[in-house]
Design a protein around this ligand. Structure first.
Ligand code: ATP
Ligand code: MG
Length: 307
């Protein structure tokens, strides 16, 4: 699979090694985090000449992606081996996850389903290195991220992971453009924010503040912010949870396109079982473990969904 990634991606990976040490900007990052609570990490970015929306290239990428998904021999981008997570709150010990085994292929759109409290968000946090596992191993691109020290884990989060939350987490005093450009303020290299905004169809709203945008538009801005740094992994926790069906579908389409066209690995947590239809893989989480994994042979287009 790795050899199928395009030159641009390879260039980005090379640039990753040139990014500054996350610790170097610690003070700056701390300030920014204080100001911008939604930015959980000193995310570090990469130079990007973002993909032009050439239909022929998109088609080619989509075809490659389909072929990759059918290749049984490909190594997974992510592999969980007997992963457990225990939270300690005072005297209380809570086992949020146990015996989690899971594989995610590069370019896959994965939907994680399960009841409230099942451990979905915990699983997503471990996937993105936002939290550490208590037991087991988590491999990303063949590397055991559970063995990373804080600095290396911070770099992993910054370079490889983009996150979209349910409630957008935009900075109200910044415009759409500035919210995307925020990543640069954190010392990261990102693509031209206009290109990121264009990918979510909102370049013309670049000067609007969040309060001047609908919920769906705000979520699209937050997706633009996450993809601006070209992460290999895009994690979304209930990204349509606060949206109506029409705007929710627009958001799902953007996320599905990130997988199908831009070959990003997208993992989405949702309560909505209907979203299973658009996934390449559905992961059912129950009582703190993965109860079932279903490969969807012919996922629906996001536009076809109705709920
Ligand atoms: N930081 C924490 N400290 C202690 N317990 C926690 C912590 N985070 C999560 N938990 C517990 O772990 C369990 C799983 O939580 P998690 O947030 O992963 O569930 P979820 O499946 O995402 O639920 P929901 O659908 O309601 O968002 C819950 O019982 C929760 O209370
Ligand atoms: Mg949750």
């Amino acid at each position: 699979m790795a050899e199928d990634r395009n030159e641009e991606e390879k260039e980005i990976e090379e640039n990753h090694t040139e990014t500054k040490d996350p610790e170097e900007n610690k003070a700056e990052t701390k300030d920014a985090e204080d100001k911008h609570t939604e930015v959980k990490d000193a995310e570090r970015n990469t130079e990007s000449k973002e993909t032009e929306e050439k239909s022929t290239e998109s088609k080619k990428a989509e075809d490659n992606n389909k072929a990759d998904k059918g290749a049984e021999s490909a190594d997974p981008l992510i592999r969980f081996e007997n992963v457990g997570k225990i939270y300690h709150t005072g005297q209380i010990v809570y086992e949020a996850l146990h015996d989690v085994n899971l594989e995610v292929m590069e370019g896959e759109l994965v939907v994680i389903l399960g009841p409230s409290g099942a451990g979905k968000s915990t699983l997503l946090n471990l996937l993105g290195g936002l939290d550490g596992a208590t037991s087991g191993k988590i491999y990303f691109g063949g590397e055991d991220i559970t063995s990373f020290d804080d600095r290396r884990l911070g770099k992993f989060r910054a370079v490889d992971v983009g996150i979209v939350f349910q409630f957008y987490n935009l900075v109200p005093t910044l415009t759409a453009y500035e919210n995307v450009d925020l990543m640069r303020d954190l010392g990261l290299k990102i693509m031209d924010p206009i290109k990121a905004l264009d990918m979510v169809g909102l370049a013309d709203r670049k000067d609007n503040f969040p309060s001047q945008l609908s919920g769906g538009q705000q979520q699209r801005i937050s997706i633009a912010r996450a993809i601006a740094k070209m992460p290999r992994l895009l994690l979304c926790d209930e990204p349509t949870g606060a949206l109506d069906t029409k705007t929710g579908k627009e958001v799902l389409k953007i996320l599905q396109d990130q997988s199908r066209i831009h070959k990003k690995t997208v993992v989405m947590v949702t309560h909505n079982a209907l979203f299973a239809d658009i996934a390449d893989k559905v992961v059912m989480v129950k009582n703190g473990t993965v109860e079932d994994v279903v490969i969807v042979k012919e996922p629906k287009d996001a536009e076809e969904l109705n709920w």
